[in-house]
Write a protein that binds this ligand. Structure first.
Ligand code: JCZ
Length: 257
C-alpha cells in the first residue's frame, strides 16, 4: 500500500515514523510520503490561502496549489510500483482514494478502515483554515475516488490529527503490520461490540482481585464471561451499536462460545 499525505504542517505527521507504522515502512509493507503543500505555490510568499467569496470569517485554501500537489502525487504514485511486488502499483482501473478530512464528511469507522486497508493507493489532503476551495474536490473526482471523512462530531483545527488516526487505524490492518493477526480478531468493533476488560499480574492489586473466572483455566467459561462483558459494556456505553447489531451474527457468535 502506498500512502501520500499533503499538508502545510508536514512535521505534524512525524509520528508516522514511529512505532508500528514506522516499522512497517522500514519493512516495505507501507510506502508513505508526506509533502508540504507550500512546495506547490508559485509566489514569493508561498501563499496557500485567501479570503472567502461570499464573506465570512477566516480564510480558504487556494485551489491551484492543491491541484499541483495532487497531480504530482498521481504522477509519483503511477511511477512507483508498490514494494510488495514489481508492478504492484495501483491496479489498472483502480483509482487512488483521496481522503479529505472534514467535519462534513462520512464518519470514519472500523468498517471504513477495513475497506480502505484493501486499497493500493491512499492520498490524504490535510486542510487548514476554513477548509479547501470546493472546486478542488470537484476537480479531483475526475482522477480519484474522493472520500470526505469525519473523525467524529467535534471540530479540529485541521486535517492532520485526523490523518494520524486514520493512517494508524488503516495501516495496522495491512497484512504483516501487526505481528500477531490474532490480536485483530477480538478487538473493539471487530464484531460490532466493544471489547471486554483485560487484566494482568498481579492477581491481587491494591486489594482488587482479578475476576476469579479468568484464573479458572476453564476456557469455555472464560469465553462466555468475556462475551457477556462485551454485550453489557456495549449496551451501557454505546446503545447505538446495539441497535445496529445483526441478530443472526450475534446469535452465531454466542453459540460459538
Ligand atoms: N472530524 C473532524 C474533522 C475536522 C477538520 C478537518 C479538516 C479541517 C480543516 C480545517 N478545519 C478542519 C477540521 N474536524 N473534525
Amino acid at each position: 500500500m502506498r500512502i501520500d499525505v499533503v499538508s502545510i504542517f508536514p512535521e505534524y505527521l512525524a509520528a508516522l515514523d514511529l512505532s508500528l507504522i514506522g516499522k512497517a515502512r522500514l519493512q516495505g509493507l507501507l510506502e508513505l510520503s508526506v509533502e508540504d503543500l507550500r512546495r506547490y505555490t508559485t509566489d514569493r510568499h508561498r501563499t496557500v490561502d485567501d479570503t472567502p467569496y461570499g464573506g465570512g470569517a477566516g480564510m480558504v485554501m487556494k485551489p491551484e496549489p492543491w491541484a499541483l500537489a495532487l497531480e504530482d502525487v498521481l504522477e509519483r504514485g503511477a511511477a512507483a510500483p508498490g514494494p510488495a511486488a514489481p508492478g504492484a502499483g495501483t491496479p489498472p482501473g483502480e483509482r487512488p482514494v483521496l481522503v479529505v478530512p472534514s467535519p462534513a464528511g462520512e464518519v470514519f469507522t472500523q468498517a471504513v478502515a477495513r475497506e480502505l486497508a484493501e486499497r493500493e493507493h491512499l492520498v490524504f489532503a490535510c486542510g487548514r483554515y476554513e477548509g479547501i476551495d470546493e472546486r478542488v474536490v470537484d476537480w479531483a473526482r475526475e482522477r480519484f475516488e474522493v472520500r470526505p471523512m469525519s473523525l467524529g462530531d467535534y471540530v479540529l483545527n485541521g486535517g492532520e490529527v485526523a490523518v494520524l488516526a486514520m493512517v494508524e487505524a488503516i495501516g495496522r490492518l495491512v497484512p504483516g503490520v501487526i505481528g500477531n493477526p490474532e490480536s485483530l480478531v477480538e478487538e473493539s468493533h471487530s464484531d460490532g461490540l466493544l471489547e471486554y476488560p483485560v487484566y494482568t499480574k498481579p492477581a491481587l492489586w491494591r486489594d482488587r482481585p482479578v475476576p476469579e473466572v479468568l484464573l479458572s483455566g476453564h476456557h469455555g467459561r472464560i469465553a462466555r464471561w468475556r462475551r457477556d462483558l462485551q454485550l453489557r459494556r456495549t449496551a451501557a456505553r454505546r446503545p447505538d451499536l446495539v441497535a445496529a447489531l445483526d441478530p443472526a451474527a450475534l446469535d452465531r457468535a454466542d453459540r460459538a462460545v
